[in-house]
Design a protein around this ligand. Structure first.
Ligand SMILES: NC(=O)C1=CN([C@@H]2O[C@H](COP(=O)(O)OP(=O)(O)OC[C@H]3O[C@@H](n4cnc5c(N)ncnc54)[C@H](O)[C@@H]3O)[C@@H](O)[C@H]2O)C=CC1
Ligand SMILES: CC(=O)[C@H](N)C(=O)O
Length: 343
């Protein structure tokens, strides 16, 4: 089977590898669509993310969906021909975190495209059947692939306990911020404010239903939120840029007694954060890491037409043109590129 392997920073090699054979509990999936995530681009550019270093050639891609072509002997509920979205992180199922239900915090997780585990820029992937979610006919495999970033959004909104009538501020209008907005709407938020520093991103956020967009290079965020909320502040702020000034600004924009959810990964682990403001204003600050138990919800939300993920896709490309696709994905105005495989 054909794969795109990152052999050096900024260098993919198209390699033929042998097709995996499914274990007894696995499905063999012919991959149809894989999203290019910011983390893929980061590995491509720098060969590492923090402590995760690409030491051996690595197949990138973890936002994937495709068609089941074979199933292991223990698999029930899925058969050849079914289309599935693949949840990319498979936990050990045995550790304390897994046993208390926090499987996304498992320290022994096999996460696609995170060294040393290969990802889905490959014609076939063998994956545990219980981490493969059947897609109804109304949901495309491109949408199925984007259940991954949508899951990040759903989990962040669950962490923030976003509810009916809430005003939610989303900082950063990349794919994660835009899908946080979708998840917040689905959770009942009636007002969504979105920030960014790139005009095209803010235009897209507005087209997709943001009530207010704020270009923080031109407008003071605190004043803009104060004006919109009659001086109260946002009920929930979801930080989805990873930019240090934006992380710090969350405390200026959240209401007293509100919640800040940190999703964006800052370049530096240490960001000044005013703990007195957190205490005086009784602000709940939550980290949000990947997701757990979100894929069923993501598929249902897509099937019911409650959320839109396809609208964030800027371009589709073939595996052969993966270098060009990654170059395009690095352009500031681009939100989401997809690698598509022929069926
Ligand atoms: N916690 C988790 O489980 C996960 C975290 N992430 C992180 O979430 C963040 C967002 O991911 P993507 O949307 O893929 O990234 P992205 O880089 O595509 O989007 C970030 C957006 O923030 C904007 N931005 C930059 N500076 C800003 C500022 N000062 N104020 C407001 N917006 C600003 C950028 O223009 C861009 O549109 C990244 O830091 C990523 O590493 C992504 C996936 C999972
Ligand atoms: C940080 C990422 O973008 C990635 N989705 C991951 O969860 O590792």
């Amino acid at each position: 089977m054909r794969t795109a392997v990152l052999v050096e920073p900024t260098e993919f090699e198209l390699q033929d590898r042998s097709e995996p054979s499914p274990g007894p509990d696995d499905v063999l999936v012919a991959i149809r669509d894989v999203g290019i995530c910011g983390s893929d681009v980061h590995y491509y550019e720098h060969g590492r993310i923090g402590d995760y270093v690409v030491e051996d050639p690595l197949v990138l891609g973890h936002e994937s969906a495709g068609e089941v072509v074979a199933v292991g002997e223990n698999v029930t509920g899925l058969e050849a021909g079914d289309r599935v979205a693949l949840e990319p992180g498979v936990p050990c199922r045995r550790c304390a975190h897994c046993k208390r239900g926090d499987y996304h915090l498992c320290e022994d997780v096999t996460f696609m495209a995170t060294p040393p585990h290969d990802g889905a820029f490959a014609e076939y992937v063998s994956w545990p059947a219980d981490f493969a979610y059947e897609l109804p006919d109304s949901v495309s495999t491109a949408e199925g692939a984007l259940c991954e970033p949508l899951s990040v959004g759903i989990h962040a909104c669950r962490r923030g306990d976003v509810g009916t009538g809430d005003t939610v501020l989303v900082t950063g209008a990349g794919p994660i911020g835009l899908l946080v907005m979708e998840a917040a709407r689905a959770a009942g938020a009636t007002d969504v404010i979105v920030t960014d520093v790139v005009a095209e991103k803010l235009s897209l956020a507005a087209e997709r239903g943001a009530d207010v967009t704020v270009d923080v290079t031109e407008t003071d965020l605190e004043s803009a939120v104060e004006e919109y909320t009659d001086g109260v502040g946002a009920d929930v702020v979801v930080e989805a840029s990873g930019a240090e000034p934006s992380i710090r600004s969350t405390l200026d924009a959240v209401r007293r007694g509100g919640t800040v959810v940190l999703v964006g990964l800052a370049d530096e682990a240490t960001v000044p954060f005013d703990v007195l403001e957190v205490i005086d204003n009784e602000i709940d600050v939550h980290g949000s890491f990947r997701y757990k138990n979100t894929y069923d919800a993501a598929v249902d939300l897509l099937a019911d037409g409650v959320v839109d993920v396809a609208g964030i896709i800027d371009f589709e490309s073939s595996l052969d043109a993966i270098d060009d696709a990654f170059q395009r994905a690095m352009e500031p105005a681009v939100v989401k590129g997809m690698i598509t495989f022929e069926s």
